[in-house]
Write a protein that binds this ligand. Structure first.
Ligand code: ZN
Length: 223
């Protein structure tokens, strides 16, 4: 299983008539989808969007318009995967409510899924590892989990709710190994594509982190 990521300049919320016209953004997203499809990837992760200088309602409308323009001609299997944001650029995209609502309001919701970034959820204050059950129930009530396709698995360098997007290695940050394990071994996360977005370990690889994550699932199997 693999997932792709759109280039960082992609901003679904952009006005569409500025330095990057919407047609360019749409062409770039379609190109990303075609590459993902050719690789057999589940989809392309795209950040929710940044509203800098844009009135919030207009920002949400821009996102929907950009997604609609992109997906109207897309009939592949790869999906557009909207990622939750940490809040370091502004308040937009921090809540599951926004992600679910944007998906619902788009013309082709079945072509849209979600990518949950654990560091962003912790930083945004929507997932407190001490109350994981609440977060799971909240996502259930909103209908978020059925459309979750991928996870960006990251610990956080900063404490809960500080809106800082600084990833730490698994178990080495403020979330901790047990907090991440409790979430990732919960039912909505079974058979999920998981990508680490953390720094390399002392041996220059992610070997230690991958081994630590595998242990969570070995423990599950033994139960
Ligand atoms: Zn991420």
């Amino acid at each position: 299983m693999s997932i792709a990521h759109t280039p960082y300049p992609t901003n679904l919320a952009a006005a569409g008539d500025g330095t990057t016209p919407r047609a360019v953004m749409v062409a770039s997203l379609l190109n990303d989808l075609e590459i993902a499809e050719a690789c057999g990837s589940l989809g392309i992760v795209v950040h929710f969007g940044h509203f800098s200088g844009i009135e919030p309602l207009q920002g949400y409308q821009n996102i929907i318009q950009c997604i609609n323009d992109t997906l109207k001609s897309w009939d592949g299997q790869a999906k557009l995967l909207i990622e939750n944001q940490a809040g370091n650029h502004g308040k937009e995209g921090m809540t599951l409510e926004e992600l679910v609502k944007i998906r619902e309001l788009c013309r082709d919701p079945e072509k849209i899924g979600f990518c949950l970034d654990t560091c962003h959820a912790f930083a945004a204050g929507i997932w407190n590892p001490l109350h994981t059950e609440e977060f799971l129930q909240h996502g259930e009530a909103l209908g978020y989990w059925p459309h979750l396709v991928a996870v960006h698995l990251n610990d956080s360098m900063y404490a809960f709710g500080l809106r800082k997007d600084r990833h730490a290695q698994i178990g080495k940050g403020c979330i901790g190994d047990a907090g991440l394990r409790n979430l990732l071994t919960a039912q909505p996360f079974s058979r999920m594509a998981i990508a680490l977005e953390t720094g390399k370990g002392p041996d220059g690889t992610h070997r230690q982190e991958i081994a630590a994550v595998r242990k969570w699932y070995e423990a599950e199997v033994q139960l």
